[in-house]
Design a binder for this molecule. Structure first.
Ligand code: ARG
Length: 280
């Protein structure tokens, strides 16, 4: 609240809405293979620390008043903590994921089974590769749809048809920002933060014209996965390693909530990757 009152810019009071998230405890988390430039199997991962950091992320959501459901971790699926990649849920419709890499393929069925058991009646197994909210970001009425590294461009039409939303295709160019949620943070229904350099010039143009007031992140913010953030309309949960981005967000009247996710970063993910939003 103080950030709103002391901000030099006159900004509207930001209002949080209660969210429903799906998370998966990093019980079997490890960096055992390389499918993105962040992953180095020779760099040790402290799994106990990963679990403590994940517990505190979960506690943060609960403290903010959100609902958190849990997906059971499966041995042999070390990336399962990144639940954002397992589905995209809009208006109670669940578009399942299809992973690009064989190492993660098994996660898709675990997600579909969870949603079916939870009573979701429309759970769709997709034909084309899509890595869930890693590349499909709901912003108000539209879905920003990344491609270039993981999600197949043909999945965009499929997602639009299943979810009944307009998709905005965007092409990523930097392998460090292989998922859209590493280059765009959705702060609320009309506001994003983003790293222009992660996109082709044409996609930069699309985002500039759609979001003229977007927060532009610096390469340093993005390089600690600062954009891998979760917004509820008021609070923005983001990596503690991105203080400049937190300040820029606070300047717009949002309340940054920094969390330390150093261990998840070693797999190439942050708070958003570990958080799938369930929109009923
Ligand atoms: N190691 C995982 C992968 O490369 C990290 C996924 C991060 N998730 C995300 N939503 N960006 O697939």
């Amino acid at each position: 609240m103080t950030s709103v009152l002391t901000s030099p810019n006159r900004v509207a009071e930001r209002v949080a809405t209660r969210r429903h998230y799906l998370m998966c405890r990093p019980e079997y988390f490890a960096v055992e293979y390389v499918i993105n430039p962040w992953m180095h199997p020779d760099v040790p991962v402290d799994r106990d620390l990963a679990i403590r950091q994940w517990e505190s992320l979960r506690a943060t959501y609960l403290r903010l008043g959100h609902r958190v459901d849990l997906l059971d971790p499966v041995p042999g699926l070390p990336d399962m903590v990144y639940t954002a990649n397992g589905a995209t849920v809009v208006g109670g419709t669940v578009l399942g994921a299809r992973f690009r890499h064989a190492e993660r393929a098994g996660e898709a069925a675990a997600h579909r089974a969870w949603f079916t058991a939870a009573g979701f009646s429309r759970v769709v197994e997709p034909r084309f590769v899509n890595e869930g909210e890693g590349d499909l970001l709901v912003v108000g009425d539209v879905v920003l749809a990344g491609t270039g590294f993981r999600t197949d461009p043909r999945a965009h039409d499929e997602a639009a048809a299943v979810l009944g939303r307009t998709l905005v295709p965007l092409e990523l160019v930097d392998p460090r920002y292989y998922h859209l949620d590493t280059a765009v943070a959705v702060l609320d229904d009309t506001t994003i933060a983003w790293l222009p350099e992660a996109f082709t010039p044409a996609s930069q143009q699309v985002l500039r014209s759609r979001f003229p007031d977007a927060v532009v992140a610096s390469p340093d913010d993005a390089a600690v996965l600062g954009l891998n953030a979760v917004g509820d309309g008021r609070h923005v949960v983001l990596p503690a390693q991105a203080p400049a981005l937190a300040a820029a967000i606070a300047d717009r009247g949002f309340v940054p909530v920094p969390v330390d996710v150093s261990e998840l970063l070693k797999g190439g993910g942050g708070p958003k990757c570990a958080t799938l939003e369930v929109r009923t």
